[in-house]
Design a protein around this ligand. Structure first.
Ligand SMILES: N[C@@H](CCC(=O)N[C@@H](CS)C(=O)NCC(=O)O)C(=O)O
Length: 212
């Protein structure tokens, strides 16, 4: 099995977190020559995005949330899914809320990191959207070291990499308290960074940030 991944992508990082936590023997590789929009990669993932999981049989799976659920089905132990339905629903919210309410703004802001491309009004609008997204997530986290329950779940796999990107994007625009101002989410983010496996993925992402 092989995972196509790029170190900075919060969606690829979700899957790496699951792989590390489960101790899986899955090769982690960058997209082939031509990158995510090259013919070789588009043959694996028609959307041209990371991550993609490729099975030894040749079957391929795009979409990080689907890959995470597939890994739970194929490698159920150690489980990264809570056992009760309410907690499972919260875990699944952590896969969806960042996609709908954080991702679009991160992508918009990424294009404005260069001071030559900055539009102050647009930046304000995007940070307001991120703040709203974080407030939605804040409702459902525990405020403890794990997002849901008393052990790691794919909820943490989803949240840690996107919070890391929010934190980085915030500081590159001079906004350092974006996460901390949300009480439970701020507590979660502080504690989550002290976990060794979370810290490994966080540092992989930070090492890949292009120098401005
Ligand atoms: N919904 C997708 C989102 C994946 C995604 O947005 N990947 C980005 C990197 S963070 C990407 O590959 N972008 C390349 C592009 O769209 O050109 C998932 O969860 O896997």
């Amino acid at each position: 099995m092989k995972l196509y991944s790029l170190p900075l992508s919060p969606f690829a990082a979700r899957v790496r977190l699951s792989i590390y936590r489960k101790g899986l023997n899955i090769e982690i590789v960058p997209p082939p020559e031509g990158g995510v929009k090259g013919d070789a990669y588009l043959a694996l993932n028609p959307m041209g995005q990371v991550p993609t999981l490729v099975m030894d049989s040749g079957f391929t799976i795009p979409e990080s949330a689907t890959i995470l659920e597939y890994l739970e089905d194929v490698f159920p132990s150690p489980s990264l899914l809570p056992s009760n339905a309410e907690d499972l629903a919260r875990v699944r919210l952590f896969l969806r809320l960042p996609d709908f309410h954080i991702r679009p703004s991160i992508f918009a802001l990424r294009g404005m990191r260069d001071p030559a491309n900055r539009n102050e009004e647009a930046i304000k609008t995007q940070f307001e959207a991120i703040d709203r997204g974080l407030s939605y997530i804040d409702r459902y986290v525990n405020g403890d070291v794990w997002a849901v329950g008393d052990r790691p779940s794919i909820g943490d796999c989803a949240l840690v990499p996107i919070l890391n990107i929010v934190s980085f994007i915030g500081s590159s625009f001079g906004q350092s308290d974006l996460i901390a101002k949300h009480e439970k989410l701020g507590a979660y983010w502080r504690l989550a960074q002290s976990d060794e496996i979370n810290a490994k993925v966080i540092s992989e992402q930070l090492a890949a940030i292009p120098k401005a």
